[in-house]
Ligand binder design. Structure first.
Ligand code: PDD
Length: 282
């Protein structure tokens, strides 16, 4: 269903074509901002408190004062979602340091730019669920604050493009030989019935699905362990999974041109996918 897309910009709701940001916005000049992507199911933001808490953490880490309180963000997102007919949506929220003469140091007395938009969130394609996706291994060449959900995504953009040029959907990145994450997803290794993920530290964005995976694993009776994971363990995985707000949980069935495990989405993916579907409608 197509619908006119209304966005939020600095207090106003307006058609996306009419939304304008000055060229001196530090988001445009420096990538000086943070963002969130929140799935909305049946009109209700999923894991809202967690997404909002992460936005708060990202803002605090880059020294931007949160321009809205919890009630303000909640009202904004509810109003944005209500203006669109799609039952499932994903909301993108972005805060930049604001508009100022170009100078690297933080400007004083400048109001942050607040932007939010929502898009239709169609169900993840059945073909993707049935076959899984392919990925390539890449060195992680990003900075050392990947825990901040920053709009400075050039490293992620370059990595995703390499994957696409290799005919893959996502990359699986390694720093100093250890698994970090994908260009826009967290990566999970399944080995002998246990789900392994990299530690929550500055080298990965702690996806909201980190906490969710822990819950889903517990519910499904699956052991889960966060620890450093070497490349050889990823190559020897029985199953490889990726998670994100927009992809939910997907099987990676091919890595660097070779099948992962059986080459088909495996039984652990299947259980976690089912549990995810239950959680999102609960
Ligand atoms: N990205 N790691 C990176 C680098 C990401 O960009 C994302 C999500 C994740 C997963 O986080 P979560 O489970 O909270 O979605 C991990 C969003 C979807 C994006 O940039 O569009």
């Amino acid at each position: 269903m197509s619908a006119k897309q209304i966005v939020y910009l600095n207090g106003d709701f307006l058609p996306i074509e009419e939304a304008r940001v000055p060229v001196l916005d530090r988001g445009f000049i420096f990538g000086d901002g943070v963002y969130e992507v929140v799935p909305v199911y049946g009109g209700r933001p999923f894991r809202w408190a967690q997404h909002l808490a992460r936005l708060e953490r990202s803002l605090a880490k880059v020294g931007i004062a949160n321009p809205l309180d919890t009630a303000g963000w909640t009202t904004l997102v509810d109003m944005l979602v209500a203006r669109h007919p799609w039952p499932d949506q994903f909301v993108y929220m972005q805060v930049t340091r604001g508009v100022a003469r170009r100078d690297h140091a933080f400007p004083k007395g400048v109001a942050p730019t607040v932007f939010a938009m929502t898009s239709e969130f169609p169900p993840v394609a059945p073909a993707l669920l049935a076959s899984g996706v392919s990925a390539i291994s890449l060195p992680d060449e990003r900075w050392l604050h990947c825990d901040i959900k920053s709009t400075s995504l050039l490293g992620n953009v370059m990595a995703r493009q390499k994957a696409v040029e290799a005919g893959a959907a996502e990359c699986v990145m390694f720093r100093d030989g250890f698994l970090t994450e994908g260009s826009a997803s967290n990566i999970w290794v399944v080995r002998k019935g246990t789900v392994f993920g990299p530690p929550r530290d500055n080298l990965v964005l702690e996806g909201i699905r980190y906490g969710l995976m822990a819950e889903l694993c517990e519910r499904a009776g699956l052991p889960m362990e966060l620890r450093r994971i070497v490349h050889a363990e990823v190559l020897a995985a029985d199953e490889l999974l990726l998670t994100s707000a927009t992809k939910e949980v997907l099987a990676i069935t091919e890595l660097d041109g070779k099948p992962v495990g059986s080459g088909k989405p495996g039984p652990i993916w299947n259980r976690l996918h089912e549990a995810y579907q239950q959680a999102r409608t609960a």
